[in-house]
Design a protein around this ligand. Structure first.
Ligand code: NIG
Ligand code: FE
Length: 418
């Protein structure tokens, strides 16, 4: 490592509103006047609802007529607006330098997406100072929070050597505990033609350097990245190091990744645009969540996954942004929901559920993604009377207030009726 990174990491930690971990000072709060409340489970919404928060946790939710006495609590009337759980964005690659707008323009002009562009971001990321990387991730995190995201997973994968992967997971860990080691994103350029040697490095010294900081290990199992044997080696090594398993798979074509995820009991397998019937069967009899990333399909002009087929097979789905400079440069979960409704043919309730409790399930978290007594008070007040407006008014910021762990972290409490 060429630069000490402590200062930059501390700066990110201190930055108001960008840490995704609970802060001090959560107060008791009663929210009333909720026009429509989606609790994140997919159940019918509650109309005319209220909720009570104490010490950063929801302690009561129900019809306003049944609101218990809560003396001393701050009361906020949201004026008929809709309320949903904060988004759980369970798949991002936020730590990087540079952009790939040129590559994107070529794609829009007809060039297909391939994993090769990742090397450009690796080059820029290696060359960037830690302060620069930290400032970039801080900017993106602030953007995500303002868009209603209250939990975020962040992957490494643009370092691809021991020091840079370590530096990236450490920067990510200053923002979230959901840190994923993705040393197996693509083969590092200096290992071209020696992919097995690179896998040995990933499973050995690179994993050793990242395991104290990461919770998850991920691998891009795809033509142009890693084959099934290599992916298995990385995941087994990660599991032995105490990390949970995730995969990027079946994004660009049919392949072995989805079946491998089911076989190894990965928490999540992500993308899944190309699934054989046997993949769907294997996933349906596993506990693996399928995380769909329609913003990546949008920005790479690729086929969208068949979400209805997954739902019909009883497979749990999540929606995430996949924010990265190559295939999906957006932090907007609202945009993801709009795409899921328009292109994946989910109902609004299914899309909101997949973007909240679906993401929580993909991260094996039962404390977030739902509005219910005992869950973390991560709550979004929409500048809209109904959650359907997220998809009905695409591209329009519709976030009124974002509360995380009982604290207002973006927007403001509404001061007038909707
Ligand atoms: O999830 N598929 C692999 N990784 C990213 C893309 C990364 C990039 O193009 O920089 C994804 O789409
Ligand atoms: Fe990704």
């Amino acid at each position: 490592m060429t630069q000490p990174h402590g200062d930059a990491v501390a700066r990110v930690r201190e930055a108001e509103g960008t840490s995704f971990e609970p802060g001090e000072g959560a107060q008791s709060l009663v929210l009333t006047g909720i026009g429509e409340l989606h609790d994140g489970t997919g159940r019918e919404p509650l109309y005319g609802a209220a909720l009570v928060v104490e010490g950063g946790t929801v302690v009561w939710v129900g019809p306003e007529s049944g609101l218990p006495e809560a003396s001393g609590a701050l009361r906020r009337d949201v004026g008929g607006r809709a309320v949903i759980p904060g988004f759980v964005d369970s798949h991002t690659h936020l730590v990087f330098a540079g952009d790939r707008a040129g590559e994107w323009e070529k794609r829009m002009a007809g060039q297909p997406y391939a994993a090769g562009g990742i090397a450009n971001t690796v080059h820029a990321t290696r060359a960037a100072s830690t302060a620069r990387l930290a400032a970039n991730v801080e900017r993106l995190a602030r953007e995500a929070v303002a868009g209603g995201t209250t939990t975020i997973e962040i992957k490494s994968g643009y370092g691809l050597d021991v020091d840079n992967e370590k530096r990236i997971v450490e920067i990510a860990s200053s923002l979230t505990s959901e840190v994923t080691f993705l040393g197996a994103h693509v083969v590092a350029p200096e290992f071209a033609g020696r992919s097995d040697d690179y896998v040995d490095l990933v499973c050995g010294r690179m994993l050793d350097a990242c395991r104290p900081t990461a919770r998850w290990v991920d691998v891009f199992c795809e033509r142009g990245a890693f084959d099934a044997d290599q992916a298995r080696a990385v995941l087994v090594a990660g599991r032995e190091a105490g990390l949970g398993l995730r995969l990027h798979a079946n994004q660009l074509g049919h392949g072995p990744g989805a079946a491998l995820a089911a076989e190894l009991g990965a928490a999540s397998v992500d993308h899944c645009s190309f699934l054989a019937p046997s993949d769907v069967d294997a996933l349906a009899s596993s506990s693996t969540v399928v995380t769909l990333l329609p913003a990546a399909d949008f920005s790479t002009r690729s086929a969208y996954p068949d979400a209805r087929r997954l739902i019909d097979a009883g497979i749990r789905i999540a929606l995430a942004s996949d924010c990265n400079p190559g295939s999906s440069y957006t932090t907007s979960m609202a945009f993801v929901i709009a795409l899921a409704v328009r292109e994946l043919r989910l109902t609004v309730a299914e899309a909101v559920t997949a973007a909240t409790s679906g993401g929580a399930d993909a991260l094996l978290r039962d404390d977030i993604g739902r509005i219910a007594a005992g869950k973390k008070a991560d709550v979004v007040v929409l500048e809209a009377p109904s959650a359907s407006w997220i998809a009905y008014r695409p591209g329009v910021p519709l976030i009124s207030a974002v509360m995380r762990g009982g604290r207002l972290v973006a927007g403001a409490w509404p001061s007038h009726p909707q």
